[in-house]
Design a binder for this molecule. Structure first.
Ligand code: FAD
Ligand code: UDP
Length: 389
C-alpha cells in the first residue's frame, strides 16, 4: 500500500484517486475550491436548471475505453450539441457548412462554391479555415475570406485577444468548415450527457473508504519541493509517497521560472422566463463593438426534462489576473512559442523529483477535452503501477 497525494479534484485527479484507491492504496485529494469536479462542476440552481459553473461542458468521445469507464458512474441521455452563430444578422450553423453558404451567397454563386468544395475536398470532409484560406481559386478564396471574417476573426480576437493567424493553428482547427449539411458541433461516435450531471459522477468516483477529500485547501501552502535534492515535503515533513499534481505548474514551483500565460472568462449568469434561444449555444462572431461576448449558453437544452424557466450564461473572455476580482481562473493556456518553452523548462524541473507526476489541463499546459484527460489519467495510472511494481 502506497500513500498517494493528489492535488485537484477535476477529472485528472478524481479518476486517478478512484484507480489508486481501488488498487488498495491510500489516497488524499486536496482541492482548493469548496467543491469537487474541477471545471466540470455543475449544480441545480433556483430555476431547477442544471448550471455548469465554469461554462458549458458537452461530453463527446470516440474512445470506447472512456465511455465504458464513465458508464460505471453514470447513466446517460442522448444529446447532440448544436451551435448557431450570428452571421450577417442570421442564425446559421457553426461549424459553418453548406447551409451557411446557401444562406449567405446568391443561389448561382452558392451552387458554384458548393460544387468546387465537393470536388476539391469531398462531400463530408472537414476543412480547417487556415487550410481553406490557402486556396488560389477566386471563388473558394472569396468563401474563405468570408468565413474567416464572419466566423473566426472577431470571435478569436475576443476569445484570445489575437487573430486566428497569430494563435496556434490547433485551436481554430477544432472548428473546421463542414463540407456537408451536418449541423452538429461534434461528430464523435459517442455523444451523451450524464443524466444526473457531472458532479454526481465525481461523487461516485471519490466515494471510496480509502479516499479522503479535503476541500478549501491550497495544496501549494502544504507542499515544498526541492528540485536539487529531488525531494518533497508535506506539512513540513518528508513525504515518501507519490504526488500527483493537476494544478498550474508555475504555481507549484512558486513561479521560479516566471509566470505562464493563461486566458480567463467571466460568465454573466441571468435567469429568464420561458426559453431564451433555439439551441444550447449561440455564438457571436461579431465585432466586439456589436457584442462584447463570444457566446450565450442556455443550459436547460442539455437536460432531459426541461424546467419551465431558464438560465443563461453570457461568456466574456478576458485577461487572466490571479489576484483580480474577475478573470482569476486560468481557463486556457495561451500557446505561444515563448510559453511552450517556459512550460518545457518547468517540466525539466519537475523531472528532478521522481515522486512527482504532472497530469491535467493545467499541469500539462494542454487543451485537453474531458475524454482526453480521462484517457490520459487512465494511462498515467498504468504507467505509475508499472514503475512502482
Ligand atoms: P480541472 O477540471 O481544471 O481540475 C483541476 C482542479 O485542481 C481544480 O478543481 C482546481 O481548483 C484544483 N487545483 C488547482 N491548483 C490547486 C492547488 N494549488 N491546491 C488545490 N487544488 C488545486 N471538455 C469537453 O470535453 N467538452 C466541453 O464541452 C468542454 N467545455 C469546456 C468549456 C470551458 C469554458 C473550459 C475552460 C473547458 C472545457 N472543456 C470541455 C475541458 C474540460 O474542462 C477539461 O478537459 C477538464 O476540466 C480537465 O480536467 P483537469 O482535472 O485536468 O482540470
Ligand atoms: N472559433 C471561432 N468562431 C466560432 C467558434 C470557434 O473563431 O464561432 C475559434 C476560436 O478561436 C475558438 C476556437 O475556434 O477559441 C475553438 O473553439 P471551441 O468551441 O472548440 O472552443 P472551446 O470554447 O470549446 O474551448
Amino acid at each position: 500500500m502506497r500513500e498517494i497525494l493528489i492535488v485537484g479534484a477535476g477529472f485528472a485527479g478524481s479518476v486517478l484517486a478512484q484507480k489508486f484507491a481501488s488498487s488498495g492504496h491510500r489516497v488524499t485529494v486536496l482541492e482548493q475550491r469548496s467543491h469537487i469536479g474541477g471545471n466540470c462542476y455543475d449544480f441545480m440552481d433556483e430555476q431547477s436548471v442544471r448550471q455548469h459553473l465554469y461554462g458549458p461542458h458537452i461530453f463527446h468521445t470516440n474512445s470506447t475505453q472512456v465511455s465504458e469507464y464513465l458508464s460505471n458512474y453514470t447513466k446517460w441521455m442522448p444529446y447532440q450539441h448544436k451551435v448557431l452563430g450570428l452571421i450577417d444578422g442570421k442564425l446559421l450553423p457553426i461549424p459553418f457548412n453548406l447551409t451557411g453558404i446557401e444562406a449567405c451567397f446568391p443561389a448561382h454563386e452558392a451552387n458554384a462554391i458548393k460544387g468546387l468544395l465537393v470536388s476539391k475536398y469531398g462531400m463530408g470532409s472537414k476543412v480547417p479555415i487556415l487550410e481553406l484560406r490557402k486556396n488560389k481559386d477566386p471563388l473558394l478564396s472569396k468563401l474563405a475570406d468570408f468565413i474567416y471574417e464572419k466566423v473566426f476573426l472577431h470571435y478569436t480576437m475576443k476569445q484570445w485577444g489575437q487573430s486566428p493567424d497569430e494563435i496556434d493553428q490547433a485551436v481554430t482547427d477544432r472548428v473546421p468548415v463542414n463540407v456537408s449539411y451536418d449541423d452538429r458541433y461534434f461528430n464523435d461516435s459517442f455523444q451523451m450527457m450524464p443524466l444526473q450531471g457531472y458532479t454526481a459522477i465525481f461523487k461516485k468516483l471519490l466515494m471510496h473508504p480509502s479516499i479522503k477529500v479535503e476541500l478549501n485547501v491550497d495544496a501549494c501552502e502544504r507542499i515544498q519541493l526541492d528540485p536539487d535534492k529531488g525531494t518533497i515535503a508535506y506539512n513540513g515533513s518528508d513525504f515518501a509517497g507519490t504526488l500527483i499534481y493537476t494544478g498550474c505548474i508555475d504555481r507549484l514551483f512558486q513561479y521560479a521560472l516566471g509566470k505562464l500565460s493563461y486566458r480567463s472568462l467571466d460568465f454573466d449568469v441571468q435567469y429568464k422566463e420561458g426559453t431564451y434561444q433555439p439551441v444550447t449555444t449561440v455564438n457571436y462572431p461579431t465585432p466586439v463593438i456589436e457584442h462584447a461576448y463570444t457566446r450565450i449558453t442556455e443550459y436547460k437544452h442539455m437536460m432531459l426534462s426541461k424546467p419551465e424557466n431558464t438560465t443563461i450564461a453570457i461568456e466574456y473572455p478576458m485577461a487572466y489576473d490571479r489576484d483580480g476580482q474577475k478573470g482569476n481562473i486560468p481557463y486556457y493556456p495561451i500557446f505561444t512559442k515563448e510559453s511552450q518553452n517556459q512550460y518545457e523548462s518547468y517540466k525539466e524541473l519537475a523531472k528532478k523529483i521522481p515522486q512527482l507526476t504532472l497530469v491535467g489541463r493545467l499541469a500539462e499546459y494542454r487543451y485537453y477535452n474531458m475524454d482526453a484527460i480521462i484517457l490520459r489519467a487512465l494511462e498515467v495510472f498504468e504507467e505509475l503501477q508499472d514503475a512502482n511494481g
